[in-house]
Design a protein around this ligand. Structure first.
Ligand code: IPM
Ligand code: MG
Length: 370
């Protein structure tokens, strides 16, 4: 299979982790006889520095010509004081909107070998397997007006929470379809005791549910959902929610099973041109030190193989390799525990590749720990 992948390393550790994921994709290409061509584009703070724009047109054009997009991360203190339109995050929001990446899928799975890295007790997280389906191109992030104002002579600011029924229907229907292939439960998260958008959201959930009689549906208020994610995460299968609630709950959920550094995400579009990125941010404090955890980006590459290219076996090969390396006791610093062998980013990537290619793990690592 021949595919063109646009890689947007972005800022901070984004550069290191995407480099690792590309190496792993190359190992897959070697083992299964595929050819992946990588095109590079600028986004975020790096793009601002080099072109004056957080998402240059050239980047969008490259993305549109490719089969899938792999993104690292954007942001960093260097650009924190920039005016709103020149912040790295604007590049991310713009690419989501321009490419209609309406659905962000964030699976939270339990890694047995990482149970002790979780802030929760092992017995509370054993077997957690949930999927957050977050609406990504609407709500407070994009509603107009969003601006500073003066009201009655007082300084003020406004953001707008706006959704069309059509936007709601698309994301909610997708959640039901995904649940239908999983444990058949949808937890719809809203704030229908207060917000008009949530009341309409609930109506749409009830309507879509009619088409999926086998899927159990429940409505959970967002504050309660935040609590239940901690007290009883196993009760959730597919969680569907609007953009801002999804942003907050997915960070919360992501640490349930260990580390933010482990979790992949996929952003799906109507057209089939999808974007894959780790959930974690650019971690400027550790950037450039070769200690970042590349596994979330490597697992995002696995999702790309599965969801964009239909390469299920290859996707599983990556996931098995990651599990295998963790079972061998290899860790990056963020997930290290007593008795584990702490690797650099490059060493971790080399271990995953070795596992995929069924080769001896890289030469000097084993001996270094003897
Ligand atoms: C995420 C991030 C982004 C978001 C930021 C960087 C704009 O937190 O992908 O969850 O809020 O969507
Ligand atoms: Mg977030």
């Amino acid at each position: 299979m021949d595919k063109v992948i646009t890689v947007l390393p972005g800022d901070g550790i984004g550069k290191e982790v995407t480099k690792g994921a590309i190496e792993v994709l190359e190992a897959i290409a070697e083992r299964y006889g595929h050819s992946f061509q990588f095109e590079y584009g600028l986004i975020g703070g790096t793009a601002i520095d080099e072109t004056g724009s957080p998402l240059p047109d050239e980047t969008l054009e490259k993305c549109r010509k490719s089969d899938a997009i792999l993104l690292g991360s954007v942001g960093g203190p260097k650009w924190d004081k920039n005016p709103s339109h020149l912040r790295p995050e604007v590049g991310l929001l713009k690419i989501r909107k321009e490419l209609n990446l309406y659905a962000n899928l964030r699976p939270i799975t339990f890694f047995k070998s990482l149970a002790e890295a979780s802030p929760l007790k092992p017995e509370n997280i054993e077997g957690v397997d949930l999927l957050i389906v977050r609406e990504l191109t609407g709500g407070l992030y994009f509603g107009k007006p969003s601006e500073r104002q003066t009201r009655d002579g007082k300084e003020a600011a406004v953001d707008t929470l706006f959704y069309t029924r059509e936007e709601m229907t698309k994301i909610i229907r997708l959640a039901f379809e995904l649940a239908n292939n999983r444990r058949k439960k949808v937890s719809s998260v809203d704030k229908a005791n207060v917000l008009e958008t949530s009341k309409l959201w609930r109506e749409v959930v009830e309507e879509v549910a009619q088409d999926f009689p086998e899927v159990e549906v429940e409505h959970v208020l967002v504050d309660n959902a935040a609590m239940q994610l901690i007290t009883n995460p196993r009760r959730f299968d597919v969680v569907v929610t609007e953009n801002m609630f999804g942003d907050i709950l997915s960070d919360e959920a992501s640490v349930l099973t260990g580390s933010l550094g482990m979790l992949p995400s996929a952003s799906l579009s109507y057209t089939g041109l999808n974007l894959y990125e780790p959930i974690h941010g650019s971690a400027p404090d550790i950037a450039g030190q070769n200690i970042a955890n590349p596994l979330a980006t490597i697992l995002s590459a696995a999702s790309m193989l599965r969801l964009s290219f239909g390469l299920e076996e290859e996707a599983q090969a990556i996931e098995h390799a990651v599990n295998n390396v963790l079972d061998l006791g290899y860790r990056t610093k963020d997930i290290s525990a007593t008795g584990s062998k702490v690797l650099t980013t490059d060493e971790m990537v080399a271990e995953v590749k070795a596992s995929i290619l069924d080769r001896e793990a890289i030469s000097n690592i084993m001996s270094a720990y003897k």
